[in-house]
Design a binder for this molecule. Structure first.
Ligand code: RP5
Length: 173
C-alpha cells in the first residue's frame, strides 16, 4: 500500500501478550497494511483505553484489533467507545489457557459486537487477515494480495500430497 498513516490499531493488555501478537504484526507487514500498536489495559489504564477508542476513527484508523488474556474485557470496552469494527484475540495467558478470555471476548451482550478470533497465536494471525479483508473492500491491491495468498495456501496443501505413498495417493486433485 502507498498509504503510510495507520489504518489498523493493535492493542494488547500487557507486554506479556506480545509474543502472541507478533504474528498479527507479521501478517500486517506481509500485506503492507500500515498499523500502530500499543499496550493498554482495560482495568489498569481504563481512561487511556477509552480515549484511544474514542479518538481512533478521527485519527484515521479503520479497524481495531484488541488482544487480552484472563477476563478479557479490553476488546469489549474498546468496542463500546467506537463504531469501528473491533476484532478480539483471546490470549492464552491464564490458568484456564484462554478459555476465560475466549468467553469474555466472544460473549458480548447484544448491541456491541466484537469479532472474536481463535485463542492465541492462530487467532492473532487471523485477526490481521480479517482486518486486511475489511480494508480490501476499499483497496483493490489488498484484495488481489489476499487472493494470491489463498492461492498460495492451496498450492502448499496440494504439494503435501507428494508425501503420501504413490500406491495409495489420489491423483489429479
Ligand atoms: C491481561 O492479563 C493481559 O492481556 C495479559 O494477557 C494478562 C497478564 O498480564 P500481565 O500480568 O502479564 O501484565 O490483562
Amino acid at each position: 500500500m502507498t498509504l503510510k498513516k495507520p489504518l489498523v490499531g493493535v492493542l494488547m493488555g500487557s507486554d506479556s501478550d506480545l509474543p502472541v501478537m507478533e504474528g498479527a504484526f507479521e501478517v500486517l507487514r506481509q500485506f503492507g497494511v500500515p498499523f500502530e500498536a500499543a499496550v493498554l489495559s482495560a482495568h489498569r489504564t481504563p481512561e487511556r483505553v477509552v480515549h484511544y477508542a474514542d479518538t481512533a476513527a478521527d485519527r484515521g484508523l479503520k479497524v481495531i484489533i484488541a488482544a487480552a488474556g484472563w477476563a478479557a474485557h479490553l476488546a469489549g470496552v474498546v468496542a463500546s467507545k467506537t463504531i469501528l469494527p473491533v476484532i478480539g484475540v483471546p490470549v492464552d495467558s491464564s490458568p484456564l489457557h484462554g478459555m476465560d478470555a475466549l468467553l469474555s471476548t466472544v460473549q458480548m451482550p447484544p448491541g456491541v459486537p466484537v469479532a472474536t478470533m481463535a485463542i492465541g497465536k492462530g487467532g492473532a494471525r487471523n485477526a490481521a487477515l480479517l482486518a486486511t479483508q475489511i480494508l480490501a473492500l476499499f483497496h483493490d491491491e489488498l484484495a488481489e494480495a489476499l487472493k494470491r495468498h489463498r492461492a498460495d495456501m492451496a498450492a502448499d496443501v496440494l504439494a503435501k500430497n507428494v508425501k503420501i505413498d504413490a500406491s495409495v495417493r489420489v491423483e489429479g486433485l
